[in-house]
Design a protein around this ligand. Structure first.
Ligand code: IPE
Ligand code: MG
Length: 230
């Protein structure tokens, strides 16, 4: 979800205003995905590197999370959204941790769509923490394979993403889902995150539908099964 600061700057407003609008874009997108039958949505809300931003922006973002949970948790819960937080919870305040726990606990039974919010998250962090957990669990080295490690990843509750969208015009992954996005289709949009809505979501899905996914083989599973059936 990139481009909040630039969106605000274009309007001669403080960056925080962009983050605030970004929350609305997130809620819109979660409900838009649920309406389209998407079962899992994972968003990058705050990276392990975002702590390096000016203190007032960081504290503004932390406060915004509390406000957003208070404002939107009921709505998301009533639309069948299950919320999961992925990231290192040790560094965040007790208040924020409690808000996350409340969001997770009160939506745990929901089944329409799983929203994973990556917060204080980094793809490399996740790989390292999964290795640490595997070692702590006493997993022997010869049993540590991709499937075994996947079970320790912060996103073990979700399948690998089919589609990876980055807004804001930058063409890089910036330490998001490094492990899980191995075969994701990447879509980069110039749209600034606060402007993201149904039209941009549908454009990304249409772009995804045009892609030929081969997973390292010569034909996609869809093409192969169509060939076998005919
Ligand atoms: C993304 O928007 C939101 C967060 C990282 C919290 P930015 O804050 O990176 O916005 P730009 O890139 O400066 O426009
Ligand atoms: Mg940015």
């Amino acid at each position: 979800m990139d481009g909040n600061g630039r969106w605000a700057k274009k309007r001669f407003m403080p960056r925080f205003f962009g983050h605030k609008q970004g929350v609305d874009a997130l809620v819109r997108t979660v409900l838009g995905c649920a309406d389209r039958g998407i079962d899992y949505l994972t968003v990058f809300a705050f990276s392990s590197e975002n702590w390096k931003r000016p203190t007032e922006e960081v504290s503004g973002l932390m406060g915004l999370v509390l406000v957003a949970v208070a404002k939107y948790l009921g709505k998301l819960a009533s639309h069948g959204v299950r919320i999961r937080i992925v990231g290192d919870r040790n560094q965040v305040s007790d208040k924020l941790r409690q808000a996350w726990e409340q969001a997770e606990a009160s939506t745990a039974h929901n089944t329409r769509i799983t929203l994973s919010v990556a917060f204080n998250y980094g793809g490399r962090w996740d790989i390292v923490q999964a290795c640490r957990q595997a070692i702590a669990a006493g997993l022997p080295a010869d049993q540590l394979d991709e499937a075994a490690l996947t079970r320790f990843m912060a996103l073990s509750h979700a399948p690998d993403p089919d589609l990876f969208i980055r807004t804001g015009g930058e063409v890089r992954i910036s330490n998001f889902l490094l492990w899980q996005a191995a075969y994701s289709e990447l879509v980069f949009s110039d749209c600034l995150w606060p402007e993201f809505g149904d039209a941009e979501l549908d454009a990304a899905l249409a772009e995804y539908a045009r892609r030929d996914r081969r997973f390292g083989t010569v034909e996609s599973p869809a093409t192969a099964s169509a060939r076998i059936e005919t």
